[in-house]
Design a protein. Structure first.
Length: 181
């Protein structure tokens, strides 16, 4: 069954088609959720809730993006909702103090620092930088999408990503120089 046919069958509440679609995407979406929610049970719960929401809102899927990208956004939003519900310190941003920041496309880390070290350091960042940076660096969203997901302005997204990168570079430099953990 082609993916378009599978999605159409899901729109008709075909449970077998829904199971096929779930089986096709569940593992990947679980790992997306796990990047945001470090608890495996909570991540699985967020992923499953996202699938329930996706099946309920499938009529809104119009094919402008791939189904996987559409579903990933639902998973990320569900994770962020869960984190907000836990009252983790999502810092309110006073946008009046924000200034436009130049985008640094040549951003790099020092040689010898691996992806896992970068991910671990992102986890240690303050939440006001952590989520925008994860969405930008790991998930590949642009500032318009980050602004929409986090319900902030694009200027705030740029500023938080820029400041998050600088903070991350400082932390990685400390590890590389042996002055870190």
């Amino acid at each position: 069954m082609l993916q378009n046919e599978l999605i159409e069958a899901c729109r008709q509440n075909d449970r077998r088609a829904q199971l096929k679609l779930y089986n096709k995407y569940s593992q990947g979406m679980y790992f997306v959720a796990l990047r945001f929610i470090q608890d495996s049970f909570e991540a699985e719960d967020a992923m499953q809730e996202a699938f329930i929401k996706a099946f309920a809102k499938l009529h809104q899927f119009n094919g402008e993006v791939t189904f996987g990208a559409w579903l990933k956004r639902i998973v990320i939003n569900k994770c962020l909702d869960k984190l907000k519900a836990k009252k983790l310190e999502m810092v309110a941003i006073n946008e009046r103090t924000m200034t436009t920041v130049e985008e640094d496309d040549n951003w790099q880390v020092q040689d010898g620092i691996g992806v896992e070290e970068v991910k671990a350091e992102i986890e240690r960042l303050p939440e006001k930088y952590k989520y925008p940076l994860m969405l930008f660096l790991i998930e590949g969203y642009d500032h318009e999408e980050i602004a929409e997901i986090l319900e902030i302005s694009q200027v705030s997204s740029r500023t938080l990503v820029h400041r998050g990168k600088k903070k991350l570079q400082e932390e990685l430099k400390m590890i590389k120089n042996g002055t870190g953990y």
